[in-house]
Design a protein around this ligand. Structure first.
Ligand SMILES: [Zn+2]
Length: 85
């Protein structure tokens, strides 16, 4: 199943870091479909992810044209602030 992650931002109402879910992403620029992963939400109070990993959670990069694609992950910061990306 191909999901356009631009059109389907996810709003998860619980406070936990969700498990990884494999998805197919269609590049909005060139139409190339590739496999990636998504976490429905990330809670920085519970999990200590480094910036590079967080970047991978939030953005996918098209292997064909290098377009960065926002995966729409919800991040709960250490201050408890919800950040919608
Ligand atoms: Zn592309």
């Amino acid at each position: 199943m191909v999901r356009n992650v631009y059109l389907l931002p996810r709003i998860i109402l619980n406070n936990m870091t969700m498990p990884i879910e494999e998805i197919s992403i269609k590049c909005p620029k060139c139409g190339f479909v590739f496999r990636d992963f998504i976490r429905g939400s990330i809670n920085l109070n519970l999990d200590n992810f480094d910036d590079e990993y967080l970047d991978k959670c939030m953005f996918a990069t098209c292997p064909k044209c290098d377009t960065r694609i926002n995966k729409g992950v919800l991040i709960v910061g250490k201050d408890g602030v919800f950040n919608f990306n």
